[in-house]
Ligand binder design. Structure first.
Ligand SMILES: C[S@@+](CC[C@H](N)C(=O)[O-])C[C@H]1O[C@@H](n2cnc3c(N)ncnc32)[C@H](O)[C@@H]1O
Length: 441
């Protein structure tokens, strides 16, 4: 008799969940997963089927790692395919097929891209080995769903370009930066600064380079609509108003074009929002019709004193991870003169889990965000005790009062309350690290 082992457990989970997905596809007349050029490129499944899909990803990842063995974990040559993808981006290989054609000869495509035949051949053959393009039986290049997606989707091209031309060079220099500026908290002493030979922090530098700034912003917009990043989580999983009648003022600091503020103002008639950002961002922001009385945009630099006094909530969504503790403390201290008793500071960011408390593939994604923030501005992602320490370092009156991890959301909600009443300075125990529900503190 064969006993149950980790690998049999994983393969059973894979076949059970694949069967569930397959059944759903069949019952709903959906095409099966494939890399055929017209295959679906996203899966919009209901929660239970999406859970099955995630379980397959987790189990296949683990089974693959076990089968490949420990040396593979150290030596997998994943950066080499980045070179080929980078060439596809820079030389527009996927989007240089003749108009309306799904297949092209190597020579035709090489000419269209300004490359020699042999160079194109080696790039495309490497991509083919990763299911990006395929070769037809008569030796032409044809699209797969991946190359076709790249050819047709501007936002994905902007994402890939941003990653390969901004982040990747920064990644290769972050260790040099660490050696040059040990443990620096300065946003202009990062891998990005060494790689791109610039003295300013990345966000400031890109602000002055219109094409690169546009690419960065479009890549971020795509990311913000990816599963788990949608605005709905912060809008629906936080208690913005205690009653439907009391007016509530929310200041969205660094709120860009006001995605959250617009959703909040639409959902709650008693909420008024002020969206603050740098002048160049505010200049292109628009108030949707009907919200003129309850939505306002304001130029503001969050390193200077907060001009909107006595608001109920100050929201920081996807802001503080760009900055080291030293700069987060400056940003949050700028709020203090504006805070009334009971004012809430709400942060919508990742909450890093304790090691091995979530499936490893999820943990790996979250930790890679942390490393990315380090590479570009010496920023960081934080776990719940980091958030608590950060608020304590800002001011003893700013107390961590809630940590919420909405199910399905990548971002958590961290609430601190401005409490000037000494009696309420309660000592509280360490928070559990990763929650799928609200933790009252
Ligand atoms: C990653 S984006 C987050 C935008 C928005 N909160 C969201 O979640 O979509 C960071 C935002 O911070 C803004 N920002 C950067 N430095 C700033 C500063 N010194 N003062 C105000 N806003 C700033 C940027 O313009 C950008 O809109």
């Amino acid at each position: 008799m064969t006993c149950t082992t980790k690998i049999t457990e994983l393969s059973t989970s894979i076949s059970r969940n694949v069967a569930k997905i397959n059944r759903f596809n069949e019952e709903n007349d959906l095409p099966t997963q494939s890399f055929e050029p017209n295959a679906p490129t996203t899966y919009d499944y209901p929660p239970d089927i999406e859970e099955a899909r995630q379980a397959v990803l987790l189990a296949t990842d683990e089974l693959h790692a076990l089968m490949a063995g420990p040396a593979n974990a150290l030596m997998a040559p994943s950066h080499n395919v980045q070179t080929s993808i980078h060439a596809m981006y820079r030389f527009k290989i996927a989007n240089s097929f003749p108009e309306g054609k799904e297949e092209v000869t190597y020579t035709e495509l090489a000419t269209a891209c300004g490359l020699t035949g042999p160079t194109l051949l080696r790039i495309v053959r490497d991509l083919m080995a990763h299911r990006i393009f395929r070769q037809t039986p008569d030796g032409k290049i044809a699209h797969t769903s991946a190359s076709k997606l790249f050819a047709n989707n501007h936002a994905i091209r902007q994402w890939v370009g941003m990653v390969l031309e901004e982040m990747w060079p920064a990644a290769t220099k972050v260790v040099d930066a660490l050696q040059k500026w040990p443990n620096s908290e300065e946003p202009n002493q990062s891998g990005f600064n060494l790689a791109h030979n610039v003295d300013q922090p990345m966000l400031e530098f890109l602000g002055k380079e219109p094409e690169r700034a546009k690419r960065f912003a479009e890549a971020m917009s795509l990311f913000n609509t990816s599963p788990g990043m949608e605005t709905k989580y912060i809008v629906e999983h936080y208690n913005w108003t205690s009653s439907v009648n009391d007016p509530v003022t929310v200041v969205d600091v660094g709120g860009s074009h006001g995605d959250v503020a617009i959703s909040l103002a639409c959902k709650y008639q008693n909420v008024t929002c002020i969206v603050q950002d740098l002048p160049e961002v505010i200049a292109s922001a628009k108030i949707p019709e009907g919200l003129e009385k309850r939505l306002r945009f304001m130029e503001y630099d969050f390193f200077t004193e907060q001009p909107v006094k006595n608001a109920d909530v100050y929201l920081f969504k996807w802001i503080l991870h760009d900055w080291s503790d030293k700069y987060c403390i400056k940003i949050l201290r700028s709020l203090i003169p504006a805070l009334k008793q009971g004012a809430r500071v709400v942060v919508n960011e990742l909450i890093l889990p304790e090691p091995e408390t979530v499936p490893l593939n999820q943990e790996a994604t979250l930790r890679s965000f942390d490393i990315a923030m380090w590479e570009i501005q010496n920023g960081k992602e934080r776990d719940s005790s980091d958030w608590e320490s950060l608020f304590q370092a800002v001011d003893y009156r700013l107390r961590l009062t809630k940590v919420i991890q909405p199910r399905g959301s990548k971002l958590g909600i961290i609430e601190a309350t401005w409490d000037t009443c000494e009696a309420l300075k309660l000592a509280h125990s360490a928070l559990p690290a990763f929650h799928d529900h609200e933790i009252a503190i």
